[in-house]
Design a protein around this ligand. Structure first.
Ligand code: DSN
Length: 423
């Protein structure tokens, strides 16, 4: 008799402790209003694809040229994912193997620059990403990063600074995109600057990929020859990433991922990416993307009406960055209080923040998850009210008010079942 019985016992029997924790996380995701703009709820189909036997297979290489045998099925899965991504985004070449956004960006650096070379990206405290040259990261230590930000008066990306820095520093790569940018990214303007200084333009569209696919944010295709994205944010796929590029750069990108940076691709993730890309090509997904943006606008307007100070004065996309300075509260304790009130979000630096990153002045919220639950303008108004009441409750250390808000939140979320979660 083998160690495993012929009929595998269920997770709850093998490991009740982990099974219970997964159940608890499901309850949490169901009860709370999830406002972290980089998160979402994947569909049941995407969830199913990730939990499959594809996790058992090693597949170093690319379809048709692998270093391990037994790729009859995996080759088809990866080819479907690649073709769907090419068609959805209108690009010539796609690599679906990056484990996540950070390795995707590192692979681009590995493909196109040498240690010590200059790259230019948006500073993390201004809304960029760690991998765009932030000092404590590999991109900040092994490369020579120069960083741009936003204008103090508008809160929008300072394109004059981008142009001036590019002319002075002659970076080999210019990165546009970030993690806390509430406004439309001007890809043509970045492309012009990159072309003027002979830099490669890398568009990191991790946050907005679903909006680009859904036609509610301009596409970088035709402007940036190399594009990276995660697959799990607005695109609503599994945790993973892709690199999209012109045919010219395809070989370099593929070699940078394997053998350059990674080993075997996560085939279960590739399958789930393929499923998410199929979903993202539907008319339903286009209206989802439009609703994400419409909800963010309502939420932003409601917050403004309640005296919240929004970086750049509002939003064009799925994301809202709140500066709490005028509310006389700090980001971290406020984020924790709102989480206790059932509003899950993250504390965040705001541009020119005088406070430290571990307890900055801001909050970052977004609408991808609540829109996936089918919430609309009416619910955004409730959320703005609860945020307002939650901030006041946090200020007054009024835990009764926090509890009362969570009770109201739970009443609402019970009417909006989240995709992928049990009934
Ligand atoms: N952690 C992601 C975000 O929240 O935006 C970026 O990597």
């Amino acid at each position: 008799m083998s160690v495993m019985t012929r009929v595998d016992p269920a997770l709850a029997d093998v490991d009740p402790e982990i099974a219970a924790l997964i159940g608890a996380e499901q309850e949490r995701q169901s009860a709370k209003i999830r406002l972290i703009p980089s998160e979402n709820y994947v569909s049941k189909a995407v969830l199913e694809a990730t939990g499959t036997v594809l996790t058992n297979k090693y597949s170093e290489g690319y379809p048709g040229r692998r270093y391990y045998e037994g790729q009859q099925v995996i080759d088809q899965v990866e080819t479907i994912a690649i073709e769907r991504a090419k068609s959805l985004f209108g690009v010539e070449h796609v690599n679906v193997q990056p484990y996540s956004g950070s390795p995707a960006n590192l692979a681009v650096y590995f493909a196109f620059v040498q240690p010590g070379d200059t790259i230019m990206g948006m500073a993390l405290p201004m809304g960029g990403h760690l991998t765009h040259g932030a000092p404590p990261t590999l991109s900040g230590k092994w490369l020579h990063p120069v960083q741009y930000g936003v204008r103090k008066d508008t809160g929008r990306v300072d394109m004059d600074q981008v142009a001036d820095l590019a002319r002075r520093e002659r970076p080999k790569i210019i990165v546009c995109g970030g993690t806390a940018i509430p406004r439309t990214i001007d890809f043509p303007a970045f492309a012009q600057i990159a072309s003027d200084v002979g830099a490669l333009l890398l568009a990191d569209i991790a946050h907005i990929a679903g909006l680009v696919a859904g036609g509610v944010h301009p596409s970088p295709v035709g402007h940036a020859p190399v594009i990276t994205t995660t697959t799990h944010k607005t695109l609503r796929g599994p945790r993973g990433a892709m690199i999209l590029c012109t045919e010219e750069h395809g070989k370099k990108i593929d070699s940078a991922i394997l053998p350059g940076l990674q080993g075997g691709p996560h085939n279960h993730t590739t399958a789930a990416i393929a499923v998410a890309l199929k979903e993202a090509a539907t008319p339903e997904f286009r209206s989802y993307a439009a609703d994400v943006v419409a909800n963010a606008k309502v939420l932003a307007d409601e917050l403004l009406a309640r005296g919240f100070d929004l970086v750049s004065g509002g939003t064009d996309n799925h994301l809202i960055l709140i500066d709490l300075t005028n509310k006389d509260v700090r980001g971290k304790p406020t984020a924790k209080a709102l989480d206790r009130a059932g509003l899950e979000l993250n504390f965040n630096a705001v541009p020119f923040d005088p406070r430290p990153p571990a307890n900055p002045s801001g909050l970052r919220i977004g609408t991808p998850s609540v829109t996936s639950r089918g919430m609309g303008p009416d619910e955004m108004k409730h959320i703005a009210r609860w945020m307002d009441e939650g901030v006041e409750a946090a200020k007054a250390s009024d835990e009764d008010a926090i509890e009362r808000i969570f009770a109201e939140v739970k009443e609402l979320t019970a009417s909006f079942p989240a995709p992928g979660l049990r009934g």
